[in-house]
Design a protein. Structure first.
Length: 177
C-alpha cells in the first residue's frame, strides 16, 4: 500500500522568506514539494498528488517569483504558489509519459474551502471566496488556461530545478539503479 507523504501548506501569510531565502508561499507550497518529489521520483510507482487551490486562477507565475520587485500581496503570493503547483503537476505528467512511466500518474487536488474563523477575520478577499462550513466535502474543480501553459510550465520547471538544486532524472518504471 502506498504511503502518503504529508507536505505543509501556507495560506496568505505575511511577507517572509524560508531558510533558503525564497518567498514563503513559493518555498513551502511549491519548491519544497518539487524538491521532495524529485528526490523520490524513481521510487514513485502509482501517483503523485499535488495539492493546489481554486485560487490558482488569481495567480501569475512571473520572472519575479520571490516578489522582490513588486508590491507584495499575500493572497496573490499564495495564488502564485497554487498556480505553480498545477503547472508542476501537468509538466510532471508530460515528463512521466516521455520517460515511459505510463503506470505512474501526476494529479492535482483542490481540498475545498471551508468558512473558518481565520477566513471570517481576514476581509482581504471578501466576495471572492464562497465557503461552506468546516465539514464541507470536496468537489471537482477545474483548472485555468494559464495552469495548462506548457511553455510556462517548462520555464517554471527549469527555474525550480535551478533554485532547489534538485534535477529530475525520470527512469522508466521498474528501472533499478
Amino acid at each position: 500500500m502506498p504511503v502518503p507523504v504529508p507536505v505543509p501548506v501556507l495560506m496568505a501569510v505575511p511577507r517572509g522568506t524560508t531558510a533558503d531565502g525564497f518567498e514563503r508561499h513559493l518555498g513551502v507550497n511549491h519548491l519544497g514539494p518539487f524538491a521532495l518529489t524529485g528526490l523520490l521520483a524513481d521510487r514513485v510507482r502509482e501517483r503523485v498528488v499535488t495539492v493546489s487551490s481554486g485560487l490558482h486562477v488569481l495567480g501569475r507565475v512571473r520572472e519575479d517569483l520571490n516578489w522582490e520587485h513588486r508590491r507584495y500581496q499575500r493572497w496573490l503570493a499564495y495564488a502564485q504558489s497554487k498556480l505553480a503547483n498545477l503547472l508542476f503537476a501537468y509538466e510532471l505528467q508530460r515528463r512521466l509519459a516521455a520517460a515511459g512511466r505510463a503506470t505512474t500518474v501526476s494529479v492535482s487536488a483542490h481540498p475545498g474551502v471551508a468558512a473558518t474563523e481565520g477566513q471570517r477575520r481576514d476581509t482581504s478577499l471578501r466576495g471572492k471566496l464562497l465557503a461552506g462550513g468546516p465539514a464541507q466535502g470536496r468537489a471537482v474543480a477545474g483548472t485555468s488556461r494559464r495552469s495548462r501553459d506548457a511553455g510556462r510550465a517548462v520555464w517554471l520547471w527549469e527555474r525550480s530545478e535551478e533554485l532547489t538544486g534538485v534535477r529530475y532524472a525520470l527512469r522508466p518504471a521498474g528501472h533499478v539503479r
